[in-house]
Design a protein around this ligand. Sequence first.
Ligand SMILES: NC(=O)c1ccc[n+]([C@@H]2O[C@H](COP(=O)([O-])OP(=O)(O)OC[C@H]3O[C@@H](n4cnc5c(N)ncnc54)[C@H](OP(=O)(O)O)[C@@H]3O)[C@@H](O)[C@H]2O)c1
Length: 276
Amino acid sequence: MKNQLLKRRLGRTNLQVTELGFGAMDTPQVPEGKDALLSAINLGVNFIDTARIYDGSEFLIGQILPSFNRDDLIIASKTINRTRDGAQHDVDRSLSLMNLNRIDLYQLDDVAMEDWDLILQENGALEGLKIAKYRGLINHIGISSHDLSLIDIAIESKLFDTVMIEYSAFYSETYNLTKKAYQNDIGVIAMRPLGGSGRMTSLRTVMERNSLSDNITPSNLLEFVLSNSNIAVSIVGTRYPDRVKSNVETVLHYKHLNNSEKEKCKQAAGKLFELL
Ligand SMILES: NC(=O)c1ccc[n+]([C@@H]2O[C@H](COP(=O)([O-])OP(=O)(O)OC[C@H]3O[C@@H](n4cnc5c(N)ncnc54)[C@H](OP(=O)(O)O)[C@@H]3O)[C@@H](O)[C@H]2O)c1
């Protein structure tokens, strides 16, 4: 067993990120959220993902950051804005809500195919983030998308330091994209690694229906994603401290799944998907 979380290099950002990251999208929804975030950092998680549109998330992060050494943490936020001025405004709002003077990674959030020209054009959001970088407000620029063709184009463009891609036992179609990004030295961040919250495959739903099986447990699902070495960090959405602890335990103890174990996990996830 390791005694601390291992780190992986986040592509050309050269940032060393813990294999387990903290997805702070839903965290502010419950009173325990603050303790969940505190316990993640205390247990060594160094990557926190938030976004302008995650209600209360940046504010919550801003409340706890003063308790820690800023340089030990890597903070990532995102903008849904597609214009130069809008993206810059969002960077300013993120900085002020989190009480920071710089953000390690700022991402263009949920980019669809029809957004591509908008973000790249003169006065588009990418220009806004480049200006923010030039002004020293953000260090790196990333992109997140649910459209696989768009992710492919973004990787080929080499315009982004990181790419956030959905990847899990429920949704492993993106494996080749994680590989392509890795090969291009673009940092890969896995979103929805346990199947996503608030959806059919959500562990909340699976557990409510008592559908956990030997191959579908929170640990197995996490091990499945950790076993993809193209991925630098898996940002598990967490709201409760006990879940943070159990995920950290998993990451400290896991070994890479072999192909047959991965296949079993995928098949079980596929069956569960049909059942749900
Ligand atoms: N860019 C984008 O478009 C986008 C979209 C979606 C998500 N994201 C990012 O990805 C992060 C993760 O996504 P996500 O939260 O949707 O999905 P996820 O991480 O796959 O799943 C989170 C769900 O798993 C549950 N969970 C976590 N650890 C558990 C454990 N040990 N035992 C049982 N249940 C456990 C959580 O439950 P509880 O909450 O009840 O603890 C929550 O329901 C988000 O926070 C966000 O940062 C980005």
